[in-house]
Structure formats: structure tokens, C-alpha cells
Design a protein around this ligand. Structure first.
Ligand code: CP
Ligand code: NVA
Length: 300
């Protein structure tokens, strides 16, 4: 039987994604009552990080510990990767020793190489293309605060990056309406804008995208690996800042999400991210609960 990986939200059916979110709610309650321990006793997760992380590392590592398992943090300079060991070789060896492998890397193709060679589930901890674990947390947060997301009007404002593409996949899987606002040269790509015409629309004008939105989402303007473009991007993206004026175009009870880390004064103002519509702290905590449900699904 082929191994179930989680490289993209599209790897699982909508019903399976929904059951993972439902289980995440249960695991969150169990964590609060201290009854989640032991569900993954004896299981080990290898975590390969080619890029920095706070939330992803801590949520996977703490999540495995809370479930009675353990996690190994592997950085390129501490492994043979920096000396050129191919991803396929590393995946083959790691998967003979651990129960799952989480990978955060640059090219999505590197992640796919891990998955092809691994005999255990491979989880996407972020690539330049996608960040599906973050979407599990965002969807869980929406579910807790608002219920079902089907039919909701969502606006993603900023760069057509890994988060934006993950929202496209989420719109397809959960059947919500996604309006994307990016500068014309920074869309997620034609294939992403055209893959789900019933769910996904692109607008150059952020005001049009945010009009009557029930959820407004943004992310950094320069992602990891794009540090050299930071100042140029700040100029191009300036009209795409999520500020009080833009939020005023959304519905009065609209929520604001950001995967973090955030740059106050760039993609979002302090007034918005630290304001009453922002749910970013709940969203960040939910990485833990959503990924524990994902790990339980993939490992048992
Ligand atoms: N949102 C997110 O993935 O955060 P980290 O980069 O800190 O893991
Ligand atoms: N788009 C950002 C997300 C960070 C969690 C990046 O890739 O750096």
C-alpha cells in the first residue's frame, strides 16, 4: 500500500480534512484536561529544517511530546545534508528509523523527493509553494469562532506566495469564495488563479478583494529566501497593507488572520494585528492542536 503523505491540502479528501479538524478540537480539550498523553507513545518524528521556524518547530516538537512520542530537530549544518547528501538518500535512511518526516525547505520538488523515497509519511512544514499545516490551523480557528467555512467570503491580500496558494487549495477543498489581491507581477501564477473559477478570483485592487469579506488574511511581503528583495517589495506592496481603512471595507465582524511572523507597519498595521478583529494568537496556538490531529491520523 502506498504511504499517505501530507504535502498539500489536496492530498486528503475534504471529509478527511474535516475529520482531522474535528479531532483537533477534541485534542485541544484533552490537552486542557491532561488526557492526550500516550496516543503516539513510542513514535518518532524527524523534522528537517532548511529554513528558520518558531511555530512549526515548537508545535511539532511539543505536539509529539504531549502525545508521548518524540521529535528530532535536524538542521542542514548538523546533518550530512550540508555536505551534499541527496534528499532521496536521507529520506530512505530516516524513514527506516522514524515513523514520520516533517520537511521545511525551499523547492517543493525537494519535498517531493523526500516523499518518493520515504517509507513513512512525509509532512510539508512549508515550501516555497505551499504551507498546508498553517491552513489546518487557520481552518480550525475559523471553525472554533464561526463554524463551517463553506460559502464564506475570504480575502487574501499581499503576495501570491505559499500562504496564498494554500488558501487556493483550501477554497477548493472547503468550497469557500476566495478573492486574492496582489500586484499584477506577484500573483500566485495563472494555474493557481484559474484552477477553481467558481471559488477563486484575482483582483489588483485590494479594496475590491476585501469588500464584504468575512475573513481577511495577509502574510509577509518577502518570504524566507527573498530577503534581498525586501526593500523593493516594500515599495510595490505598499498599497496592499492591511490597515484599519482596508478592514473597514470588510464585514463589521470580519476576522483577521496572519500566519506570523508579522512585520507591523509593512503588510499589516499594529492597529489591525493587535486589534479586536485579529485572531492571530489563537491561530498560532492552533498549529499545535491541528498538527497533533494530523500526526495521529498519519501515524495510527
Ligand atoms: N507560521 C509559521 O509557519 O511560523 P514559523 O515560521 O515560525 O514556523
Ligand atoms: N510566506 C512566509 C510564511 C512564513 C511562515 C515564508 O515563506 O517565509
Amino acid at each position: 500500500m502506498s504511504v499517505q503523505h501530507f504535502l498539500s491540502l489536496m492530498d486528503l479528501s475534504p471529509a478527511t480534512l474535516d475529520s482531522i479538524l474535528e479531532r483537533a478540537v477534541e485534542l485541544k480539550e484533552m490537552r486542557q484536561s491532561g488526557t492526550d498523553w500516550g496516543l503516539l507513545a513510542g513514535k518518532t518524528l524527524a523534522m528537517v529544517f532548511d529554513k528558520s521556524s518558531t511555530r512549526t518547530r515548537v508545535s511539532f516538537e511539543a505536539g509529539m511530546a504531549q502525545l508521548g512520542g518524540s521529535a528530532l530537530f535536524l538542521s542542514p549544518d548538523a546533518t550530512q545534508q550540508a555536505r551534499g547528501e541527496p534528499a532521496e538518500d536521507a529520506a530512505r535512511v530516516l524513514s527506516s528509523m522514524v515513523d514520520a518526516i516533517m520537511v521545511r525547505t525551499y523547492a517543493h520538488e525537494t519535498l517531493e523527493s523526500y516523499a518518493q523515497a520515504s517509507s513513512v509519511p512525509v509532512i510539508n512544514g512549508l515550501t516555497d509553494r505551499l504551507h498546508p499545516c498553517q491552513l489546518l490551523a487557520d481552518l480550525l480557528t475559523w471553525r472554533e469562532l464561526r463554524g463551517g467555512i463553506q460559502g464564506t467570503q475570504v480575502a487574501f491580500v499581499g503576495d501570491g506566495n505559499n500562504m496564498c496558494r494554500s488558501y487556493v487549495n483550501a477554497a477548493r477543498q472547503f468550497d469557500f469564495s476566495l478573492r486574492i489581491a496582489t500586484p499584477a507581477d506577484y500573483t500566485p501564477g495563472e494555474e493557481w488563479l484559474n484552477c477553481a473559477p467558481d471559488q477563486v478570483q484575482w483582483h489588483e485592487d485590494p479594496g475590491v478583494a476585501v469588500a464584504d469579506a468575512q475573513l481577511v488574511v495577509t502574510d509577509v511581503w518577502a518570504s524566507m529566501g527573498q530577503e534581498d528583495e525586501h526593500s523593493d517589495r516594500c515599495q510595490v506592496f505598499e498599497p496592499y497593507q492591511v490597515n484599519a481603512e482596508l478592514m473597514a471595507r470588510a464585514t463589521p465582524d470580519a476576522l483577521f488572520m496572519h500566519c506570523l511572523p508579522a512585520h507591523r507597519g509593512e503588510e499589516v498595521t499594529a492597529e489591525v494585528i493587535d486589534g479586536p478583529q485579529s485572531v492571530v494568537w489563537q491561530e498560532a496556538e492552533n498549529r499545535l492542536h491541528a498538527q497533533k490531529a494530523l500526526l495521529e491520523f498519519l501515524l495510527t
